[in-house]
Write a protein that binds this ligand. Structure first.
Ligand code: PGA
Length: 241
């Protein structure tokens, strides 16, 4: 059974004053047998990487450009994130897909750029409420995953299933729906790809244990509850198998 990965996505939150977070977190979790990742805004990656013991907490980016360098004002490349101290990069988050028109083809190119830089992509997929209500969720999400995965099989990929309607809304998918989707994604993974399957969307201290004990749920991608060290610590403690 894969070691669980509990990842925090700070989104566009956090400044230098927030770095106490790591002392608070470490004081609550001590030695746990779980992989921990925090993805702060790009401006904080270097400071976060300096603030943590990388053997205990990895730092990641929230997005990157498909190219390594060039005339792309405002963008950062996977290599730059690595240089700043990141070892993971989230790609294809639904907020990027919605706000920046990122298609699965773009997400795939980003995942390939992340792998080429020696980092690990966390590839996000998820259905909208309309897709779920019309019974299309499983087909849409499996298709999204297959279209977003790098061409070359790699065991250095993570996948996060995040129903769009569950992100930041407090509405969490039912354990039956999560189990069904994770089984479908696990069955659809191309041969040679061994990715951990994370669930994301309103994961909180009070629902983490039920979600993280499900088959084929290898961790969580946590937004809002990753901003508070005590909540994130509680989710981490609930992940221990
Ligand atoms: P949430 O966000 O936990 O605040 O719902 C999850 C995510 O967007 O990764």
């Amino acid at each position: 059974m894969a070691r669980q990965l509990i990842a925090g996505n700070w989104k566009m939150n956090g400044q230098g004053a927030q770095l106490d977070f790591f002392d608070d977190l470490v004081s609550e979790i001590a030695a746990v047998d779980v992989d921990i990742l925090i993805c702060p805004p790009a401006t904080l990656i270097e400071r976060c990487a300096r603030a943590v013991d990388s053997a205990m907490i990895a730092i990641g980016g929230q997005d990157c450009h498909v190219n390594e360098k060039g005339a792309h004002t405002g963008d950062v490349s996977a290599g730059m994130l690595k240089d700043a101290g990141a070892s993971f990069v989230i790609v294809g988050h639904s907020e990027r897909r919605a706000d920046h028109g990122e298609t699965s083809a773009i997400v795939k190119a980003k995942a390939e750029a992340v792998l080429a830089s020696g980092l690990t992509p966390v590839i996000c997929v998820g259905e909208t409420l309309a897709e779920r209500e019309s019974g299309e969720a499983e087909r849409v999400v499996v298709e999204q995953m297959l279209a977003s995965l790098p061409d070359e099989a790699s065991d250095r990929c993570e996948i996060a299933y995040e129903p769009v309607w569950a992100i930041g809304t407090g509405k969490v998918a039912s354990t039956d729906d999560i189990l069904q989707m994770h089984s479908a994604l696990n069955n659809a993974l191309p041969s040679g790809v061994s990715a951990r399957l994370l669930y994301g969307g309103s994961v909180k201290p009070d629902n983490a244990a039920a979600i993280l004990s499900l088959d084929h749920v290898d961790g969580a991608l946590v937004g809002g509850a990753s901003l508070k060290a005590s909540d994130f610590a509680s989710i981490i403690k609930n992940s221990i198998r």
